[in-house]
Write a protein that binds this ligand. Structure first.
Ligand SMILES: C[S@@+](CC[C@H](N)C(=O)[O-])C[C@H]1O[C@@H](n2cnc3c(N)ncnc32)[C@H](O)[C@@H]1O
Length: 240
């Protein structure tokens, strides 16, 4: 794995900067999934790249059989402490297997690999790990929205004595971000890089992997997608 950005960035500082991305924040998309998918209680569900498992926990609390997997040992450990009894495992998204009825990829947990073929490997793994007729739900950013609203530089005090400086640029078909944490104890730098898949790229990728696109939303309220939407939320079904 070496030092690819995604095996470095998702640690305690990620949790600090995204502390508002909590269970409450996850609630609206959770409600949308329940409304649109209407999962049955006997279904096996996978939360792919689950982080600490905030979505998994919401599902478990409603009586669903859900497993969360994530590459970050730090986030999985923290999730196990925060949500006792939740099934959480350290696993690379390229290596999943199983027989799931529903697989979830939530809050931009895709497009991380340098080589696009690795992203496609994730999608074919999802296809293989779904039961016939199973569903895949992916929540990604809308690249048009990112292009139109990009803030190149920002500086935020996230907690007493800790400032985070971020520099963002779109280059080589990716949104690249440098994240610098500054505190009295020193400076720590991270990097984040996500491929700017468009809505059409994602639809093509799903359909060409026999994951037939059934619905597309533009936000967590379930609005219809258009170019100004903040999100691209795609629901697709495994074809035989
Ligand atoms: C933006 S976070 C979203 C986490 C979670 N879905 C949520 O909404 O809280 C992306 C997650 O992807 C995980 N991740 C990154 N690369 C991964 C990989 N190759 N395999 C599995 N998980 C990965 C990170 O550790 C991180 O927890």
């Amino acid at each position: 794995m070496g030092n690819e950005w995604f095996s470095e960035w998702f640690d305690e500082n990620y949790l600090l900067i995204y502390k508002h991305r909590n269970m409450e924040d996850a609630g609206s998309q959770f409600d949308l999934i329940l409304k649109e998918v209407v999962p049955e209680k006997g279904w096996k569900i996978l939360d792919l790249a689950c982080g600490e498992g905030r979505y998994s926990s919401l599902f478990k609390n409603r009586g669903y059989n859900i497993t969360g997997i994530d590459l970050s040992e730090i986030l999985i450990k923290s999730g196990k402490e925060k949500f006792p009894g939740l099934k959480l495992e350290v696993c690379d998204m390229r290596k999943i297997s199983g027989n799931y009825d529903l697989i979830l990829s939530l809050f931009t947990s895709f497009g991380y690999f340098e080589d696009e073929k690795e992203d496609r490997k994730v999608i074919s793994g999802i296809y293989r790990s779904l039961n016939p007729g199973g569903l895949f739900w992916i929540d990604f950013f809308n690249s048009e929205y990112i292009k139109n609203t990009l803030i190149k530089k920002s500086s935020t005090i996230i907690t007493e004595g800790v400032t985070v400086k971020e520099e963002r640029e779109i280059t080589g078909g990716r949104i690249n971000k440098k994240i610098i944490f500054e505190s009295e104890s020193g400076k720590k730098e991270y990097f984040e890089s996500v491929r700017m898949y468009t809505k059409n790229d994602l639809v093509e990728m799903m359909n060409s992997n026999r994951l037939k696109v059934e619905k597309i939303f533009g936000d967590y309220a379930g609005s219809e997608w258009d170019e100004r939407s903040e999100r691209v939320i795609i629901v697709c079904r495994k074809q035989a």
